[in-house]
Design a protein. Sequence first.
Length: 344
Amino acid sequence: MDYRSAGVDVVAGRAFVERIRDSVETTRRPEVLGGLGGFGGLCRLPAGMKRPLLVAGTDGVGTKLELAQAHGAHHGVGIDLVAMCVNDVITSGAEPLFFLDYIATGKLGPEAMAEVVEGIADGCRQSGCALLGGETAEMPGFYGEGRYDLAGFCVAVVEEEDRIDGARVGAGDRIVAVASSGVHSNGFSLVRRILEAEAVDAGTPLPATGQGLIDALLTPTFLYAALVKELRRSGLPLHAMAHITGGGLPENLPRCLPPGVHAVVDPGSWERPPLFRWLQEKGEVPEADLWNTFNLGVGFCLVVPPVALPAVLDLCRSSGHQAWELGVVSAGDPGETPLAGLPH
């Protein structure tokens, strides 16, 4: 017996590392020391910072991986992995510094795994952070052949005095919605049940658009780091930010608000994208469940003073994002009214 006959191919693993080397190198930042292959990644803090705070986040892609693996869509879930971590840490105003990934698989498929890492590198480039390192674990007998799971870890940095923590939010502030690219990476346990019930395959179109339903569902999560960086650079006031992830608007928007206020969202301020309408209709999903499961087309929220609203909207749109006024901040205990104006 040897390790290869037990299901772990060390030679293939080394070839995989060489395959991804160039993709990883394209994400390099000036603060990074050394290269791929060490026991730990090294990264300095950006020069000139006085009181830097490190902001860390970790996440995975969830059961979207089931759909992606069934349809060979490996690059997109690599982007999703970065987005689920980066979109969280930037809500404090921090700049993503570096990212690490963990891939666990039953049998190493070099092409598929390389596509995943190339997607991770793509997400890092879009976010301006370095892919500092990672780990690929071959675990035959634990994961089935061709199956894999992903986890990611992001570290960002912000000057202590520039941290955004919601403390400046007050009644009368406006809430700006920035559009999502689709379902992102949440709610796929429900999505997959609906697909199964409707016998959806790769050729099934989304009636309203003609786009393939599977393609629409596997659209990678938008990354908002470049937008937030541009907003910070502009000097426009940002009082709070929220990543609309698992739990939708009702769970995530209140997380960025201080005690004494709550959000009043206007459900008529945007047209719900066709993909969410299809999921609701075919799954007979109750309205409250829909709000508490999916982002419904809102991927990120900005809370700004009224005077800054027009400029913030203009900057979002000039940066290539759909954005609109979603609602207003009102006085009141968020514990009593988690998100006024929405079904509970």
